[in-house]
Design a protein around this ligand. Sequence first.
Ligand code: UT7
Length: 332
Amino acid sequence: MTVKESCPHLRSVILSSGSYLPEKILTNADLESMVDTTDEWIVQRTGIRQRHVACETETTAFMATQAARRALDHAGLAGADIDGVILGTSTPDLTVPGVAVSVQAALGVGLGPCFDVQAACSGFLYALSVADSLIRTGAGRRFLVIGAEKFSSILDWTDRRTCILFGDGAGAVVLAADESGAGTLEDRGVLKTILHSNGALRDILRTTGGTASTGTVGHILMEGQEVFRHAVTCMAGAVDEMIRETGVDPAAIKWLLPHQANIRIIESIARKLSLPMDRVIVTLDRHGNTSAASIPLAMAEAMADGRIRSGDLVLIEAMGAGLSWGAALVRF
Ligand code: UT7
């Protein structure tokens, strides 16, 4: 008997979330004394006012573990109740092994699959889709899905075009199997994920080095306007595709939960969906762009403060280096 036959409506649901932000905050005013920039330029062009920056002991694994522990606490679960860890990051502490196994060891997670997914700012969305697929195919019942980044370690702090954009942090969710649904859009859980990438555009957002080329991690380099242009078209395309493929009525979407890169990009997607900005979850002003961590950080905040409630339909969208992009439709 196939999994499909035995559990026709097996899907994954987000049980809980947790987050971790480093204590140190770097404001736009702080950056004014480091590079030739102004608070006014940063706020107008990006929407960012401050970001958190990790200290030496706040490694990617440390932040991921803290966020995951909080997600477990919120679900009333222990590490041993979890089958595996899928972790989106582009800033692992070591080249080998991945960060996910450090989280596994720290929390006593079972001996299932624990691995990192490198899809830059789309990392959490990709990790969510992978974990959802693992659950749907019966490879495990509960996974920690994490986005964790220490982008401060790959920034050129003399490059005003990039160092003002990024921040550090981690967010995590507990994703669990559920068979209660009827196979409709009214079900709880991850209803659909859409993933895309286009390697022809790999050079417009990249690092200047890597383990197998320069032997260093390098620094982030970005052709800002080009990335901006593609971010708008790629994410708008993914949103269109989601609406077309699921038949979801955009008016039924309670929250847009976008990757937090630039407020102008977020506003253009909200306009496309005719969603007022008070139905969009924004943390960009306080967190900056935390790459793979941005979506789970924003999700954890909105779940904790009661904006995202049980039954809410949430549209997630992300875009990052690769280019990689996509969307997920989730009912909480
Ligand atoms: O998370 C992955 C996806 N990433 C993104 O989606 C990021 C997409 N890109 C962006 O968000 C924007 O392109 C940026 C925020 C990075 C840049 O904004 P922009 O409006 O595209 O500015 P620009 O790069 O066209 O630069 C305009 C001017 C330039 O000066 P000139 O050549 O006109 O004299 C830049 O040198 O602004 C200058 N500039 C700055 N000025 C003050 C660039 N960075 C700064 C700065 N402070 N920090």
